[in-house]
Design a protein around this ligand. Structure first.
Ligand code: GLU
Length: 534
């Protein structure tokens, strides 16, 4: 056995992976490789590594790290770094995935149409050309494209967040004493309650007003209560969360409908609303500002069961997250909710500023933002992006993940799939499992694949003496009967070497008939034979 000390450490393995045969790793090469995994150098989980890198680079003359210095830099965050470079993140091949996202972004960019909301000047002044998409996976992989650093107000996108806070603070049973769970079929700001005199759900204004009244606020002031802001900061992993006082003032001035809903709720004794204290609060929460980038982390916290991916903080209970996603799924997109659930099949919430907070549960959070809205109040480009996203990737809740259809599954590793398929193929040949081989052939697997030693399924089956497998591979799959492995051996050599006489006979007979024109390239023939044998 090897002595433990001789085994390379994780740090060394990481060094070799990134150095690609060089003695030293230039700092920019390290950060470029890091970014390709989806991690950002500003990720709070890499703080120690980045600080050490800065200090260490000052000591070097050429800005490059040898094995020793590299180890010093990476050792405090080695677990996360190893995960990233071993492709253990939810999107293992992050770069190709991002290239697809950029294409979808471009599709959206070409769209015109829609109207920028103009009921308050703060919204009316936004250019209709603004368009940004940011995503954050449950492992904290980040990608952004377009106007992703421009602050805008959450508006109705805050509704699922405040509902989540209410559930987190009080539990489902209590919150739903005052609010239903059913789509209303009515405009979001309708002054209307269900048959039990409750708001239909927390995603319409009446329900959101009740949620707001349930948030434990200690004191009210001119701005958003500090514990709500703290909460938003935690959801966003301490990325940008602001407040637009101008929007708040305008919302308050133009918010008669919401005040009316508030008084109506008071009349119906829904919740314990103390209107004097609470009336400005819904408008304050609507005026909380985010950027696409920070909001994508918020959505990712929802995708990640309430844990913020980039800080690891537990922000919400699993119950709060599940309930929030369920209601976003059924009620999040105004009067388009049913169609969105049908076509996109993902929980989302849109707002009048043009944001769509989209969650791919257990995979990623996305914020798309573009101010022009369609007739139902959803961002025109945002809707297009969401629709395109699920036509390309199998993210729809009811897409099948086991049998590959036409869609991509970015959760699977592209490069390794071939390795896995060779292993499965050779293992089936080794154990003599003809029915597994039939399935592989049927799913168009290349039955002539070779392993590291250039051995094929036919080599393995011949060496093991599995006559039925040898016949199937030759006659049904029409594999090349004389492939050579790295030692120059053919399947026939193997059968002779291990004394499997019946296999020798099959191979010889077949070999005598075999002519190069009848090679595996002759697909039609192979398929005809397959039909007969499967
Ligand atoms: N400020 C708007 C309202 O409360 C929010 C609208 C929205 O984003 O849906 O009516």
């Amino acid at each position: 056995r090897r002595k433990a000390g001789i085994l390379p450490s994780l740090e060394d393995l990481l060094f070799y992976t990134i150095a690609e045969g060089q003695e030293k790793i230039p700092a920019h090469k390290f950060t470029t490789a890091l970014k390709a995994t989806g991690l950002r150098t500003g990720d709070p989980r890499l703080k120690e590594c980045m600080e050490m890198l800065k200090v260490t680079l000052k000591e070097t003359s050429d800005g490059a790290l040898d094995r020793h210095l590299f180890k010093k830099c990476v050792q405090s965050n080695i677990v996360l770094l190893t995960q990233a470079f071993r492709k253990k993140f939810v999107i293992p091949d992050f770069q190709p995935f991002c290239a697809h996202i950029d294409d979808l972004y471009e599709n959206g960019k070409n769209l015109s149409g829609g109207q920028v909301a103009d009921y308050i000047p703060q919204l009316a002044r936004f250019s209709p050309d603004l368009w940004g998409v940011a995503l954050c996976t449950v492992d904290g992989q980040r990608h952004t494209v377009g106007d992703t650093k421009v602050p805008f107000c959450l508006q109705s996108c805050v509704k699922p967040l405040k509902y989540a806070i209410a559930i987190h603070d009080h539990g489902m049973e209590y919150v739903h004493r005052f609010i239903g769970k059913e789509p209303s079929g009515l405009r979001f700001n309708k002054l209307f309650l269900n048959e039990e005199d409750k708001p239909h759900n927390p995603m319409v204004n009446a329900g959101a007003i009740v949620c707001t009244s349930l948030i434990k606020v200690i004191s009210f002031s001119a701005s958003v209560p500090v514990q709500v802001i703290n909460f938003m900061n935690k959801l966003a992993g301490n990325e940008y969360v602001g407040f637009s006082n101008a929007t708040f003032q305008s919302e308050r001035e133009s918010g008669d409908r919401n005040f009316a809903i508030g008084y109506y709720l008071k009349e119906k004794k829904v919740s314990t609303i103390n209107l004097g204290l609470f009336l400005p609060l819904p408008a304050q929460l609507c005026s909380i500002e985010v950027t696409c980038e920070s909001a994508s982390v918020m959505a990712a916290t929802l995708a990640n069961g309430g844990f913020c991916p980039i800080t690891g903080d537990r922000v919400l209970s699993p119950e709060a997250v599940r309930n929030t996603l369920s209601l976003m799924h059924s009620c999040g997109m105004y009067d388009f909710s049913g169609q969105f659930a049908f076509h996109v099949g993902l929980p989302a919430k849109s707002g009048v500023a043009g944001g769509i907070l989209l969650v791919v549960p257990n995979v990623m959070g996305i914020m798309c933002w573009s101010p022009p809205l369609d007739k139902l109040g959803n961002s025109v480009r945002g809707i297009q992006f969401c629709t395109d996203l699920v036509s390309l990737f199998n993210f729809h809740n009811y897409d099948n993940l086991r049998h590959f259809a036409k869609k991509h599954d970015p959760r699977r590793e592209g490069g390794d799939q071939r390795v896995k398929s060779v292993i499965n193929l050779l293992f089936a040949a080794y154990t003599g499992d003809v029915s597994a081989l039939r399935r592989f052939a049927l799913s168009s697997m290349d039955m002539e694949q070779r392993d590291y030693d250039s051995r094929t399924a036919l080599h393995v089956a011949a060496a093991e003496g599995h006559t039925e497998v040898v016949r199937f591979l030759l006659e049904a799959c029409k594999v090349n009967p004389v492939p050579k492995d790295r030692w120059g051996n053919t399947p026939l050599d193997e059968a002779i070497h291990f004394g499997h006489h019946d296999v020798v006979t099959i191979l010889r007979d077949y070999h005598n008939q075999y002519s190069p024109q009848d090679s595996p390239a002759n697909q039609q023939n192979a398929e005809k034979n397959l039909d007969g044998m499967l």
